[in-house]
Write a protein of this length. Sequence first.
Length: 289
Amino acid sequence: MSNHPVRVGIDLGGSSVKAAVRHPNNRMETVTSDRYADPSRDDLIHAIRSCITRLDVAEVNSVGLCLPGKRNGSGTAIEWAANLPALNGWLFQDLIQTALGQDTQDFKVVSDADAAAYDYACSYPVRGRTAAISLGTGVGLCVLDGSSLCTIGDPSKGTGIGHLGHLDVGRHGSVDRFDAHGSRNTLESYIGASALNDYQHDGQLDLAELGQSDPPISALIHAFRTVHAIYIPDRIVLLGGVGLALRPLQSMIREQVSSQLTPLNRVEWALEFGDSSYHAAQGACRLAP
């Protein structure tokens, strides 16, 4: 057990909670809760507590809390989380206090996309612009200049640069796709984890045999080209479980995205991949106050 107050990063994902602790020597330790489906608030609290217990720290003095969804106007709670509706209306302060059993004032709430991107940018720094796309249960986007997060408006209210997973990418294949909320042909409806059940083998996601004409890849290429047009990145990084599973398709995806891309975009751009499923938890830990 650590005898020092520590920073903890907590990532509430669509299927599990991941947590990271930063020890005084800057070493990161990570854990994952048991998996869940459509969790209640009690389920989420139990998952968070199990992670904190396994990290075996004596005292948590600051928390980076990584949450999906749209924040309310005051920036004090999630107003709408498509994949974790239990978060809707739950005050951040109450969530942390209930989970940790203490009134922790030192906390920072970040999106999973921002946290994961920040951790990757700190681990693999570049001087240019990075567009980091987190592909998991949902789809998120973060843009960084160096290691600085790009935002629109007041960053304390979660005003990021857009919800890429809800981008209308049009029809790919013979039929329209609809998500659980009735939205048509969103990127998430093609490449979110729940849309890829047919590619699960023995509990593992296998996307290596997909080609450029398969709807998930065709939709992703469309979204990449949109990201290029708006943000002109020097590199695009794929993070999250689905992102990591796309690594075998790296050359094909980059070639298709670059084909006949407008010359106003970066001709020489890099496609990279995360190296851990804990980027979001570790980024939240790094960003904790």
